[in-house]
Ligand binder design. Sequence first.
Ligand code: BGC
Length: 739
Amino acid sequence: MNSQEIKILFARTVAEEARNVKPTVEADAGLPDFDGARTTAQKVEALMSRLTRGEKIDLLSGIDNMAIKGVARLSMPRVWNSDATSGVRNFGMGTAFPASIALTASWNRELVGDIAGAIGDECRATGVSILLGPGLNMYRVPTNGRNFEYMGEDPFLAGEMAVSYVKAVQGRGVMATVKHFACNNSEYDRHRMNSVVDERTLHEIYLEAFRRAVVKGGAMAVMTSYNLINGVRASENAYLLMDVLRGQWGFTGLIMSDWNAVYSVEDTIKGGLDLEMPGGRFLNRDTIGLLLREGRLSEEDVDGHVRRILGTVIEIGAYERPVVDASRQCRTKAHRLLARRAAEESVVLLKNEDDLLPLVPGRIRMIAVIGPNSRDTPTGGGGASYVEAEDSVSILEGLEREFGGVVQVLHVEDAAGCFSEADASVIRKADAVVACVGYNHVIESECYDRSWRLPDAQEELIRSACRLNPRTVVVVNAGGDYETESWLKRVPVLLQIFYLGVEGGSAVARIVSGRVNPSGKLPFTFARQWRDHPATGNYPKAPENTTQVLFSGPDVRVNGDSYSIKKRMSLRQEKWDIRYAEGIFHGYRFFDAYGVQPLFPFGFGLSYTRFELSHPEIKEKRVNAGEPVTLSISMRNTGSRVGLEVVQVYVRDVQSRLPRPRHELKQFAKVALDPVEEKRIELTIEPDAFRFYDADEHRWVMEPGEFEILVGTSSRALQSAGTVELGHACAEYLKGAAS
Ligand code: BGC
């Protein structure tokens, strides 16, 4: 089997796996009796006092791929899990919402909350109490097969989106699980990958979004990753799990492993992990019983883990309600409309020469639609997060519906970038061409990385189209950036659409026609070339080889279950280093510090209207550390269309004893404005915005001094709002500042 065939098989297997999991929803299973206990802690103790040692050990591992075990004797039902961030996938069909990277590109916290709330409702409707998302690994290399499932390159942006997401899901009575903790920033050979990261970079870049999701968002569960971090497996990493997560951040929730990401017994259980998923290969009655008998583990250790599992399950309400909530529904019309709105706000217009877009019906007569993704528009990236979409709208269908009757929409097939004479003449005659290219859920997926170049020589397709008709709009499905050097200069319009879910085609069509004004902003830096990304110097493979994957690891589900304990134990010792040598100069922080010109900067995205920012003002000229700063600014829509713009606030440390990025995103807001409307916008910069992590002191510090506040519409379109003087930290703040 070649690697492409394996990928197709993998994608099919993952899809079938999702369809085949049937929750045994025991309607009459009953619910446990808490003996009149009122608080969560009392209820936990009520169960603990009745569970046998064996039953407690059983609770430390999952069952049936997607559940925490039940205890029939005590009427404790199973607690069902499901993937993930863009919809409920494991129990029949759910609404396929846009991928996380797309949601993040909306830069709209409320919208992300609305989506997460809808997913929470679909969870309850299908009997799911634990959602296995959101994923928060930082975007480090564009080729990471899972970038689409995460929230971009900036810890503040990702963290804020996660906070909104987590609060909304949990508000629906469903536990959110932030994953994959930590430093699983590419998929290539992920079971052997050892991320070598210095302490400051770890805290400032790779842990920060998790910290926000836990401390501010109140995430109740954390999932560990497959890889090693500084030589220690994520599932055994006592520094990350005990010192940082539980110790510094005060996390009292549930720590579960990724699926088949446990490699040992004693180090895992002592390292802080509570729950082995999907089953008890390592944490079971035999292995734990032995450790207890030999005195290497105490009953209290085991009880601690069980208490945390029960505590979160009780807190979320799963032991006190029917498994399925019949009052909630899946795949409602309202959810579909919400999916479309989110898709519309996610699309990023990167280039629009001579205002070629929008293609206003009435002013044009004919559109030619080409490219593999026009008819088969992918709704999501591949792997565990893939939600099979029901009646998804392709871009072709979307355009036909949007322009139907008024404008002719003609689909033109190509054979590897070549068109027949008849098709070429259609393309020539069209008023515009819409070329739909990019990746899909087979080639951009969990378990392997993808190529830097667009697949299947799509550059040639784009070039041929442009030769025939220079009015070509290129629409790209991708979770990250990709090679553009060989074609972009010929192309007048580039629409970055990520993976937009079930209504993706409608959203694209409504933007193309101008019914909707694009307002997405890049959640990562778009580089001119592969080697401009700082992490590529330490990437294991040349970009053209990044699709190569070691299929001998435990990821091989395509050949049945190969997760033998022996294999996993030997794998535990195997590792290769991936050095995070760029340190804190990650993403735009690198491009800015080293003067590398990005193709499109972080935070960038065009609109059909124009906005003007003016009169920025900082309210406080001096604050004590621990106090927020208030910034206000006027924004005016100077064009003739309604539009949404994202105001972005960055902070620069004017002088610091340690090197710091030129500036870092510390606040943002998405604002709607009618034509010629002007609004005064107020944004609060959190006290944390000024601090950095001091690895010598192993803690966050704040240095008194001057900080410049910059405000604008991308990380490279900023004006200074002035400076603020930071005084000494107040004692009260320092007490809580460790986390
Ligand atoms: C993925 C997780 C997912 C789990 C369960 C693993 O392969 O890495 O993100 O939640 O499977 O499907």
